[in-house]
Design a protein around this ligand. Structure first.
Ligand SMILES: [Zn+2]
Length: 385
C-alpha cells in the first residue's frame, strides 16, 4: 500500500490544510482577491539555536511556476537569525493561498535538517560526517533528508538513491548481521576484503561480540595495511563513557604502530556528543539526530494589502529586507522602501535577499546542490554551535 503523496497532489493543493481551501472558497464568493505582500520568518529557533540555515528553496519555487507571483528570498544555504524575513511573496492572494501548507513544509523540514547538519559539521571540525538517518524516516523522503543534510555540510550519505541523486558514492561498512552470520569479526573482515571492490575503504565494525579494543588490535595485526579504519557503534547499555572506549582503542592502535588505522563512531550521536570524541575519531555516522532534526517553525504572514500596511497582532506590518555590513558583519531588518542603509560603523550595508521569481518565472538557472552547499560551508567558518 502506497500512502505518500505525489508531486501532482502537492501542486494540486491536496496536501494543504482544509482551512486554506475554505479561505479560497469564501474570498472567491466575496469577489476579493487583492494584491498582497506576505513574509516568511521564524519567530523562534529550536533548542536555543543562535542561527539557522535556510534550505528547501529549490523545491518551494516549483509551487509557484507560472503563477504571476514575485518572490524575494535569501539564497538557499544562507545563514539567518530569528525574526528575519527570509522570503517575501507578492501577488494576488488567491494565486498562492492554497500553497501555504506545502510552502512551509518544504522549508521548515529542509532548513531544520540543514541546520542540524551544519551544527554537527562545525562540532566535528575537519572530521568526516556521514548521514546515516535514512532508517528513521519514511522511505519516500529519504533523498529529501539526505539532500538537506548534504547541503548542511555532511560529507556523504549512506542511502543508495540519495547518493545517486547527489552524484556521490554511498558510504557505509557492513551491518552487524554479517558478522553474526559469519560468526567472527576477523572472518567477516576477510570476507569483506575478498568481495567488495578495490578502492572502497576497508572499515570494519568491532563491537559485535567482544571488546572494541581487543577486536581492533586483532584486525589490525592480521589485516595489516589492508585495514583502513574500524567502526565503533557500541550499544547504549554497554557504553559507559564512549569517549574513553574510543580513546583507549586509539592509544592501543598508536602504541602498536597502527596510527594510519582510523576510528569511525556511530550510534546516537549529535553535535554535543561529538566534542568528547573528536580527539580520537576520524569521522562519524550520524542518524536520528539528523533525520529527526527539529524543524524550523517558519510562518507566513500578510504584511501589506494593496500597498497598505496591515498585519495581525504580534507581527509588524510592511515589507522588510535583511541588510548586512560586509565590514563588521552587523545585520539589520529594514523597511523595503529604504533601499539603502548605513551601518553603525559608517559602511553602506548590502541587501541580502534577491529576486527568486518574477511573475512565476525564474530569472536564472536554479542553483546546483554543490553551489548551495558551498555557501553553507562558507558561512560555517564564522559560526559556533
Ligand atoms: Zn559595519
Amino acid at each position: 500500500m502506497q500512502i505518500h503523496s505525489n508531486h501532482k497532489e502537492i501542486l494540486d493543493g491536496k496536501t494543504t490544510d482544509i482551512y486554506f481551501h475554505k479561505a479560497e472558497e469564501i474570498l472567491k464568493k466575496e469577489n476579493k482577491n487583492p494584491n498582497v505582500a506576505a513574509e516568511v520568518y521564524a519567530k523562534k529557533l529550536p533548542d536555543k539555536y543562535k542561527w539557522a540555515i535556510f534550505s528547501g528553496l529549490s523545491e518551494l519555487i516549483e509551487l509557484f511556476k507560472d503563477k504571476k507571483i514575485d518572490i524575494q528570498a535569501l539564497g538557499e544555504g544562507s545563514v539567518f537569525f530569528e525574526r528575519e524575513p527570509i522570503l517575501t511573496i507578492k501577488g494576488k492572494y488567491l494565486d498562492f493561498a492554497k500553497f501555504e501548507t506545502p510552502l512551509l513544509g518544504y522549508i521548515c523540514q529542509a532548513s531544520g535538517i540543514s541546520t542540524k547538519a551544519a551544527r554537527c559539521k562545525i562540532a566535528a571540525g575537519n572530521r568526516t560526517v556521514l548521514s546515516f538517518g535514512a532508517r528513521r524516516m519514511h522511505p519516500a523522503i529519504t533523498p529529501v533528508i539526505d539532500r538537506y543534510a548534504y547541503i548542511g555540510g555532511v560529507d556523504g550519505v549512506s542511502a543508495v538513491l540519495s547518493a545517486e541523486k547527489l552524484n556521490l558514492k554511498p558510504q557505509g561498512t557492513i551491518p552487524h548481521t554479517v558478522i553474526l552470520i559469519i560468526g567472527d569479526t576477523l572472518k567477516a573482515a576477510i570476507a569483506y576484503d575478498k568481495t567488495i571492490v578495490k578502492g572502497i575503504p576497508r572499515i570494519i565494525l568491532v563491537d559485535t561480540f567482544g571488546d572494541e579494543k581487543v577486536e581492533t588490535i586483532r584486525l589490525a595485526e592480521k589485516l595489516k595495511n589492508k585495514l583502513n579504519a574500524v567502526r565503533i557503534d557500541t550499544p547504549g547499555s554497554r557504553r559507559g563513557d564512549l569517549s574513553l572506549i574510543v580513546k583507549e582503542t586509539r592509544e592501543e592502535l598508536d602504541n602498536r604502530g597502527f596510527s594510519d588505522v582510523g576510528i569511525f563512531v556511530s550510534g546516537g550521536l549529535d553535535e554535543y556528543s561529538l566534542q568528547d570524541l573528536n580527539p580520537y575519531s576520524e569521522g562519524y555516522g550520524i542518524g536520528t539526530s539528523l533525520s529527526n532534526a527539529p524543524t524550523i517553525n517558519f510562518s507566513l504572514d500578510i504584511v501589506e494589502i494593496e500597498g497598505k500596511l496591515i498585519a495581525k497582532k504580534g507581527k509588524v506590518s510592511g515589507v522588510k529586507n535583511i541588510f548586512e555590513c560586509n565590514r563588521c558583519g552587523n545585520r539589520a531588518i529594514v523597511f523595503s522602501k529604504d533601499t539603502k542603509t548605513r551601518c553603525d560603523c559608517g559602511n553602506e550595508m548590502n541587501l541580502l535577499t534577491k529576486k527568486i521569481m518574477e511573475k512565476g518565472k525564474i530569472p536564472y538557472k536554479p542553483e546546483e546542490v554543490d553551489i548551495i552547499r558551498k555557501r553553507v560551508l562558507r558561512e560555517l567558518r564564522f559560526l559556533n554551535v
